[in-house]
Design a protein around this ligand. Structure first.
Ligand code: G6P
Ligand code: MN
Length: 446
């Protein structure tokens, strides 16, 4: 089976390859095709993969190419994990928003909108080329903003594109540990959009065990989301939100912490990675060791500002082992390829799962997966305040899609101005001007 990875020079590719190496089951991946626009980065990652494969006689073959059509031809699965504008683009998304006093974040608020406006046209081009070159392939989209990008691609690929994120799995894993239940035997009633979801119930043998966790302050203090939001707030809303909801519920605190920081998160990761790629390219030492050290430095500081604003302390050591998005991707790929029934929280078209959104809106909900793809499972309606946020943010995403597909500058302005974390049309206007002068990729807006 052939897996093509777009963004093949990306830093997280070795996580995927490590998971592939561990998979010896029937129908496993035998050939990995890396595609990237930057051959030098891909060369460095290729060296990391070669070192990872040393102890594995049956390691999947790895080939590299900078030609997209060549990469797609013959692919059974395509992982799309690209970053339009690179980490320097991310750092600018974050910095320019913070300059205007609003949240500057990779996927949330103004930064996420700027990133979406750059990424959607590229994602649509990829979707079209997959449809032409590999019409039978399944696309697993990691590219952020993942919900928005998946929805853009679904207009060309239908249900053959599925978006994934590690944060709902991480949340489920941490809540299960706090409850001392086996995550495999629990049903996580989670729903929303990507980076905007809520865990409303955890059912074990049909019984909801979440209320007991919400009453237990000591158990809540034992995991990331419990510390980030605080027991009192979790009891007030009767659910455990995705960690990204910290930017909404504690907007001012998060903005203040980000403004006080010397560098934005994107700038921190950019420095770490510049150093890794440059040093590894020019040294004959172990690329794998350099990668692992850089990975750990990144994980330790993940969401550090939010944790600091909340007084949440250090990350738990089990959370440093990567969020596990490669495990979700592999589980998804296996379920489809081998027709093995699995339940995973994924980004797919709504159908009639979440009331208040139309059937084509991509949502993040539990799905049943088999050879036919991923089918969302309907849960209880979201509480009013959560549904309100979901509908608002979906309207933002739709405005970004309109801007990216028609070139409408008015739609781009609308996306920024109606976002719940952008509090003034004046600010939205200035943000759009700043982003347009920063990014040549936004030259299509008229
Ligand atoms: C989580 C999110 C991803 C996001 C990443 C950022 O894994 O689910 O969507 O890209 O965090 O992490 P970073 O280390 O780049 O700040
Ligand atoms: Mn994510």
């Amino acid at each position: 089976m052939r897996l093509t990875i777009l963004g093949g020079g990306g830093f997280r590719v070795p996580l995927v390859y490590r998971a592939l190496l561990a998979d010896r089951a029937k129908g496993h991946v035998t050939h990995v095709v890396l595609h990237d626009l930057d051959a030098a980065r891909m060369g460095v990652i290729g060296r990391v993969l070669a070192e990872q494969a040393v102890e594995f006689p049956h390691a999947p073959r790895v080939t590299v190419t900078t030609d997209l059509d060549e990469a797609l031809t013959g692919a059974d699965f395509v992982f799309s994990a690209i970053r339009v504008g690179g980490l320097a683009g991310r750092a600018a998304d974050e910095r320019l928003a913070l300059c205007e006093g609003v949240l500057g974040q990779e996927t949330v608020g103004a930064g996420g909108i700027a990133y979406g406006l750059r990424t959607v046209p590229v994602a649509i081009d990829i979707a079209r080329r997959v449809a032409a070159r590999a019409p039978g392939a399944w696309v697993i989209n990691f590219t952020n903003p993942a919900g928005l990008v998946t929805e853009a691609m679904s207009r060309y690929l239908g249900d053959r594109v599925i978006g994934i994120c590690d944060s709902p799995v991480g949340l489920g894993r941490r809540v299960a540990a706090a409850l001392d239940v086996d995550p495999a035997s629990a049903w996580f009633d989670y729903a929303g959009l990507n980076h905007l979801g809520w865990l409303r119930a955890v059912r074990v043998d049909g019984r909801d065990v979440l209320p007991a966790l919400l009453r237990d302050d000591a158990a809540l203090a034992s995991f990331e989301e419990g510390r980030l939001f605080g027991g009192e707030w979790l009891r007030t809303i009767g659910a455990v939100p995705n960690e990204y909801l910290h930017y909404y519920y504690y907007d001012r605190d998060a903005v203040a912490a980000a403004r006080a920081a010397r560098q934005s998160r994107g700038a921190v990761v950019l420095d770490q990675q510049r150093d890794f790629y440059a040093r590894t390219a020019s040294s004959s030492g172990s690329a794998l060791q350099a990668w692992e050290a850089t990975r750990l430095r990144r994980e330790v500081t993940y969401m550090a500002e939010n944790r600091e604003a909340a007084g949440a302390g250090e990350r738990a050591s089990e959370d440093l082992e990567s969020g596990g998005y490669e495990k979700v991707a592999l589980a998804l790929m296996r379920a489809i390829a081998q027709d093995e029934h699995a339940t995973l929280i994924l980004n797919v078209r709504n159908r009639d799962t979440l009331a208040g959104l139309d059937s084509d809106a991509v949502v993040e909900v539990p799905c049943v997966v088999d050879a036919g793809g991923a089918r969302p499972v309907a849960g209880d309606p979201l509480p009013d305040h959560a549904l309100g946020l979901v509908v608002s943010v979906k309207a933002v995403e739709r405005a970004v899609l309109e801007a990216a597909t028609t070139g409408s500058r008015a739609a781009a302005l609308r996306a920024l101005a109606i976002h719940p974390l952008v509090d003034s049309v004046t600010v939205a206007r200035r943000l759009l001007e700043r982003y347009e002068s920063e990014f040549p990729q936004l030259g299509y807006l008229r």
